[in-house]
Design a protein around this ligand. Structure first.
Ligand SMILES: NC(=O)c1ccc[n+]([C@@H]2O[C@H](COP(=O)([O-])OP(=O)(O)OC[C@H]3O[C@@H](n4cnc5c(N)ncnc54)[C@H](OP(=O)(O)O)[C@@H]3O)[C@@H](O)[C@H]2O)c1
Length: 254
């Protein structure tokens, strides 16, 4: 057995015999670092393009670009309310949809008074399933809806395994997070296609990006739209709108 008189010598001997493995590992590391760097640069570019560049120039004329009316689901609180206010600040008339009529009236009046636009309300509970869409269709029949914001969404009461989730909650997630967005698109898309303009914004979630433990159904419901909505719209006949659907981004405060 060869005598080893120092750790450094031992290390050098091992390193020499593993040289090709180290090179292979270095290549994997370089590939991984390059991939991550490209992703970070692309994300940074998107951040600048979507949130900073639009603030430099004059604001886009959304009415001319898309139409006079915007529909926001889940519009009386949080992100939906912020979208409604932002769109109203750009001069669009707003149709607000939520469950609570009193809250709807208060928010609609606030928006109308503050931004001097027309507002309309639709009382609907998206967890009720199919029956609500006929009245919504009727209410939107004569409005040239240029922007739809699919905002309404339900979350878990707390993280749970799929097997612990109640059947009622699962139906809520299906009806509110999946069916509502699909059906609302089905209601407004024919008009947009006919007018050859429109934009559809569907609010997703960070948990759409990876299957999230103990939020499986929520994560899946958000993944569906984040990943497939543009392709579905293409297939459903919105190819005319595709450019604007992919490119439009609004800034809002929540
Ligand atoms: N907040 C976050 O941190 C976060 C993170 C990721 C994703 N998101 C997504 O962003 C969207 C909005 O979230 P948010 O936190 O802003 O919501 P929020 O503050 O809880 O507001 C929910 C809005 O939706 C309405 N609503 C709730 N259930 C409804 C139903 N079944 N039918 C009709 N309207 C209903 C509520 O009004 P009424 O009670 O009067 O009906 C309210 O206007 C959701 O899609 C959510 O998944 C939020």
């Amino acid at each position: 057995m060869a005598a080893v008189d120092s750790f450094y010598l031992l290390y050098r001997e091992i390193a020499r015999s593993c040289n090709c493995y180290m090179e292979a590992l270095a290549l994997v590391g370089a590939w991984y670092t390059a991939r991550k760097s490209i992703t970070v640069i692309c994300d940074f570019y998107s951040l600048i393009r979507l949130h900073f560049i639009p603030r430099l120039g004059s604001r886009a004329d959304l009415i001319k670009q898309y139409g006079r009316w915007a529909v926001v689901s889940g519009a009386t609180d949080g992100i939906g309310k912020a979208y409604a206010e932002e769109l109203a600040s750009r001069g669009l008339n707003i149709i607000l949809i939520s469950r609570n009529e009193e809250k709807l009236q208060v928010v609609a009046k606030d928006i109308a008074d503050t931004y001097k636009v027309e507002t309309d309300i639709i009382v609907a509970d998206f967890s009720s399933g199919r029956e609500i869409y006929l009245p919504i269709r009727e209410a939107l029949k004569d409005k040239d809806v240029g922007i739809l914001v699919n905002n309404v969404g339900v979350f878990y009461p707390y993280p749970q395994y799929f097997t612990q989730l109640s059947e009622d909650k699962l139906w809520d997630i299906i009806n509110v997070n999946i069916a509502a967005a699909s059906l609302m698109v089905h209601v407004v898309l024919p008009g947009m296609v006919e007018r050859k303009k429109g934009a559809i914004v569907t609010i997703s979630s960070g948990s759409c990006c990876k299957p999230t433990p103990q939020l499986a159904a929520f994560s899946a419901s958000k993944f569906l739209f984040a990943q497939y909505m543009p392709e579905w719209l293409w297939v459903w006949g919105a190819n005319i709108l595709n450019r604007s659907l992919r490119k439009e981004a609004l800034s809002c405060t929540a």
